[in-house]
Design a protein around this ligand. Structure first.
Ligand SMILES: Cc1ncc(COP(=O)(O)O)c(C=O)c1O
Length: 328
């Protein structure tokens, strides 16, 4: 069951980066305008900013729970602010509201890691701000798949209210075509299945395995999602998947603590559906964690691939974050 499908203004893409670029377009981000984002960020996101000629301004986050450290001087001149729900843990938005969100300033909730996750009040992550980015392709096994949620409050702020991207239009045409073919009896249905199979085979071939394509520029990849995205979100048992992830988190939290690793978060909050188990480690003492993860059939990955432009010192804790990835 795809519970978010009832949201108005939900649009589909292949990568979260496409959804972010689309946000910048809707927000009419202009050359030289400032976008405030965390220094703890994946460098691929910066490409979206550079595409619009915007200037990144960085804020830091705390070591435990990755909470934003903001000041009025940092926030005031920014046109857009990016808040990340790291690893599916709800970011505290109150910090941003305290300093910001006046006039044309807008908040983007980057929920690329937190598909299915909620905050403690039971609100889905990714729909709590002016814009929300989702990247279910990161947590579910699929060729690609991302979404953008545009809160109508966002467009009240004088942002361009036009229809996001051709992608959603294409989906609409495809659905109309599907309906037509379904109505036209057996031959129509056969043609529909054939067309969909050929299309997804071509898409899979063209896009390749984007699971590991973090380095690939989103500008070089099609922004359209694969044709099975909606169906595959619909087919997911969300409760079961959420429970699986929470159960794994609890197991690894205990196991890695006993092995001497420090968890990035001090607790698993109610409603949180984690991307994986994030922890701190030095590269040379990763072995025990890797072995523990492999016993469950999981990999350990380093996150993020930090942007060089953010000038992060060599010994900074941002460089020591690892994740046991729960994707199956
Ligand atoms: C926090 C965050 N947001 C957005 C993205 C971009 O998502 P995608 O890889 O689907 O473009 C990433 C990529 O790693 C990410 O870590």
């Amino acid at each position: 069951m795809f519970k978010l499908q009832h949201l108005n203004n939900l649009y589909f893409y292949s990568l979260g980066r496409h959804a972010l670029s689309e946000t910048f377009r809707i927000a009419s981000l202009k050359r030289g305008e400032r976008v405030l984002l965390p220094r703890l960020v994946c460098k691929d996101l910066l490409e979206c900013l550079y595409e619009f000629g915007a200037t990144p301004i960085y804020y830091d986050v705390t070591k435990i729970n990755l909470r934003p450290i903001l000041t009025q001087t940092l926030v005031s001149p920014s046109r857009l602010i990016l808040s990340i729900n790291y690893f599916g843990f709800a970011q505290e938005l109150s910090q941003f509201h305290k300093y910001a969100l006046k006039g044309p300033m807008s908040l983007i909730e980057d929920n690329a890691h937190g598909y299915l996750s909620k905050d403690e009040a039971g609100n889905y992550l990714g729909v709590r701000s002016d814009f929300g980015i989702f990247s279910p392709r990161k947590t579910l096994l699929m060729p690609n798949g991302a979404m953008l949620y545009v809160n109508s409050k966002g467009t009240d702020k004088g942002l361009s209210p036009d229809q996001p991207s051709s992608v959603s239009m294409k989906l609409e045409y495809r659905q109309r075509l599907k309906k037509l073919l379904r109505k036209s009896g057996r031959i129509g249905q056969f043609l529909l299945i054939l067309a969909l199979s050929i299309k997804s085979a071509i898409e899979r071939y063209r896009i390749g395995s984007q699971q590991g394509s973090e380095g690939l520029s989103h500008l070089q990849t099609p922004s359209n999602p694969w044709s099975g995205l909606r169906e595959s979100l619909q087919a997911l048992n969300e409760e079961q998947e959420s429970a699986r992830r929470r159960g794994l988190y609890i197991d690894f939290e205990l196991e890695l603590k006993n092995l001497g690793y420090l968890s990035v978060f001090d607790k698993l909050p109610k409603g949180c559906v984690p991307y994986g188990f994030p922890f701190y480690a030095d590269n040379n003492c990763l072995g025990l964690a890797v072995r523990a993860a492999r016993a469950y059939g999981f990999d350990v990955m380093k996150w993020p691939d930090l942007p060089e432009a953010a000038g992060i010192p060599h010994s900074h804790f941002y460089r020591n974050i690892y994740l046991i990835n729960f994707q199956i």
